[in-house]
Design a protein around this ligand. Structure first.
Ligand SMILES: Nc1ncnc2c1ncn2[C@@H]1O[C@H](COP(=O)(O)OP(=O)(O)OP(=O)(O)O)[C@@H](O)[C@H]1O
Length: 613
């Protein structure tokens, strides 16, 4: 299911994008989310810088103690100095606590806002987008990547500022105390900066790969859980486990590469300043021996240099976290930047929708009309012919038309164009004279109801699942819909209509799920009903019962029913045959059986198959 956006499959594209991108530019895009909490964020950075600089005062107190009370053997001075060091330490700890308090809640809110925006955007993106993207890729962007961003904003981002400021202030103190010794520590900074930027580019690639591989792995796990019945039924544990092992091995390899890169950088970042510090210590000790430097100054110098070790050493780690955050931001905005089609914001582009007469047009009596409709899936490979190459079809008001065609001829695709799950590439579809392209989504949803061949139920009660088709419908409507779809089994469920049906209705049989989906489609008594082979999972007796009840519903609506077998076709007034992307014949079942060899073949072949089964 990992589509073209599956990270590792698209690794080279991602690598090119990472090579081009600037981590700073990626992170700056977070500003609209950060702005509302910027006061607290900057406040927390200020508090942390103050705490860190307070810690740098401790070496100065030590210098005063060594050159003063210690040299003059003054115990009260030593106690005073000790008390001051303790006070500074407590202040530092307290201020870091305040920093955490300032930042924790706003950052959790920021993460929740970003997640809500992502979810809303995903809901509004067209079905064609979801066809292309692996669900695990979207899941990992909405969970893992957002956590990385929250952690970056709460900790590494603040500490990049804090530690850089501390290093600057610390070096100023070192240079003031003894500029020659200070320079010895400053010189290695140049190669370190170069190394860090080299590391940044290599780490960014590994980081992007790891996050994409996490998405692929999530997709695999999700598919394994959802498809557990197929896996067990076909004994595919081993191959599925092998696929899992391969993906997790690849992710492990990338994570190890990241760790190696980080370890190399860490080793350099730790070793180079330590060597410089060793040299400064030797030179400083010689100067103290020659009486050119006081012992207190050397102690203060070394304490300051040691206090700077963490801020310097942490830079590698902070850079790696920043890189991961930049990658997470890229991955988040890749989805958010995917434009919404005009269908979801039709008002500006479809001014007719707001015209006072738009509603009147909707109330006309023309049924469903396809005029010159062409269609091609947006992700169909280049050079592929259109699936529908000019559909002209009229279903007058009140009529039920069955749509028949060979498997793969495009029946489901054609029905999906009516509620605009996909956009027709050319031509017009009108509902009682109103062009569906000019109707708002709300108007369209209010008019058309649909039941798919694959019935999807949500983790909710039977009631909620059915009433999704008509929010606000009464209990009487619910009862009527359940009866129409022959859902008598609901009464035998532990809590009747309030029974929770599991994820995808797994606790129900295929036929039961299909009947609930049918109840959902009819509960709002829609003016237009689209049914995609709605009875395929029912046994012959239940099918006959549902058909009987469905006939009453179909008599009050205009319907298009995809049919694979004569029993479903007989629900309809007329039948249309879809072949080669066009409607090649329209007539009653018996007319077409007599006059249309292709139709005769389809229907008799189907009958043979069924009787053979
Ligand atoms: N999301 C998609 N992206 C690209 N091609 C698709 C997509 N969905 C379906 N197709 C292709 O479109 C063609 C028609 O599919 P469709 O499901 O409309 O046929 P159908 O007539 O309903 O088939 P069946 O009778 O088996 O249900 C098929 O070749 C299928 O591979």
């Amino acid at each position: 299911m990992a589509g073209e956006q599956g990270g590792s499959e698209d690794g080279q594209g991602a690598a090119r994008a990472v090579a081009r991108r600037s981590a700073v530019r990626s992170l700056v895009r977070l500003w609209p989310y950060v702005r509302p909490v910027s006061a607290r964020l900057f406040g927390s950075a200020g508090v942390a810088v103050t705490a860190s600089c307070l810690a740098l005062l401790i070496p100065l107190v030590l210098k005063w103690m060594v050159d003063g009370p210690v040299a003059h053997r003054d115990p009260s001075g030593v106690w005073l100095g000790g008390g001051l060091v303790l006070l500074l330490g407590l202040l530092e700890a307290g201020l870091f606590g305040v920093r955490r308090w300032l930042i924790a809640r706003p950052m959790a809110g920021l993460e929740a806002r970003m997640r809500a925006d992502l979810y809303r955007h995903l809901q509004r993106l067209p079905v064609a987008f979801h066809d292309r993207w692996g669900s695990g890729q979207l899941l990992s962007r909405g969970t893992n990547d957002l956590q990385i961003l929250r952690m970056f904003l709460s900790f590494p981002m603040v500490f990049l500022v804090v530690n850089s400021s501390t290093v600057l202030v610390g070096f100023a103190i070192l240079l003031v105390q003894r500029w020659s010794l200070g320079l010895m520590l400053l010189v290695p900074v140049v190669p370190l900066v170069l190394l860090c930027s080299y590391f940044e580019s290599r780490y960014a690639l590994a980081s992007r790969r790891a996050q994409d591989q996490t998405g692929d792995l999530t997709t695999l796990v999700e598919e394994s859980v959802l498809g557990i019945r197929i896996i067990k039924a076909f004994g595919r544990h081993r191959s599925q486990a092998e696929a899992f092992r391969r993906e997790s091995h690849a992710l492990r390899g990338t994570e190890l590469r990241k760790a190696r890169l980080l370890a190399d950088l860490w080793a350099l970042i730790t070793a180079v300043p330590d060597v410089a510090l060793g040299v400064a210590l030797v030179v400083g000790a010689v100067q103290v021996a020659d009486d050119r430097l006081s012992a207190g100054t050397l102690v203060a110098f070394l304490s300051t240099a040691l206090a700077l070790r963490w801020p310097v050493e942490s830079l590698g780690w902070l850079l790696s976290m920043s890189n991961e955050a930049a990658t997470a931001a890229d991955r988040y905005f890749e989805v958010m930047d995917t434009g919404l089609p005009s269908e979801t914001a039709p008002e500006p582009e479809r001014p007719d929708a707001d015209r006072p007469d738009a509603d009147r047009t909707v109330r006309g009596q023309d049924g469903i009309r396809f005029s010159g409709v062409r269609f091609r899936y947006p992700d169909a490979p280049d050079g592929t012919a259109d699936l529908l190459t000019g559909i002209d079809l009229h279903i007058p008001t009140g009529e039920t038309l069955a749509l028949v065609g060979a498997t793969g001829s495009g029946k489901t695709s054609l029905t999906a164009l009516i509620p605009r799950l996909y956009e027709a590439t050319a031509g017009r579809i009108t509902l009682d004279g109103a062009d569906t392209a000019r109707l708002t989504r709300e108007q369209l949803r209010g008019m058309v109801s649909i039941a798919f061949e694959e019935p999807t139920l949500f983790s909710a009660s039977v009631r909620d699942n059915v009433l999704m088709g008509a929010p606000g419908a009464s209990d009487a409507d619910l009862r009527w819909a359940l009866e129409t779809a022959q859902c008598g089994f609901v009464d035998a469920l532990p809590h009747g209509v309030d029974t929770q049906v599991g994820e995808q209705g797994l606790s129900l049989s295929g036929g039961q799920r299909q009947r609930l989906a049918l109840a959902r489609a009819v509960v709002g008594r829609p003016r237009f009903l689209v049914l995609d082979d709605p009875l395929s999972a029912l046994d012959v007796h239940t099918e006959a019962l549902v058909e009987g009840a469905l006939r009453e519903v179909l008599a009050t609506t205009t319907a298009l029913v995809v049919a694979h077998r004569p029993s479903t076709v007989l629900l309809a007034d007329r039948v249309a045959l879809l072949s080669g992307g066009r409607i090649t014949a329209v007539g009653t079942h018996h007319q077409l059986l007599a006059d249309c060899p292709e139709y005769h073949h389809l229907m008799s072949g189907d009958t043979d198959e069924r009787s053979a089964a």
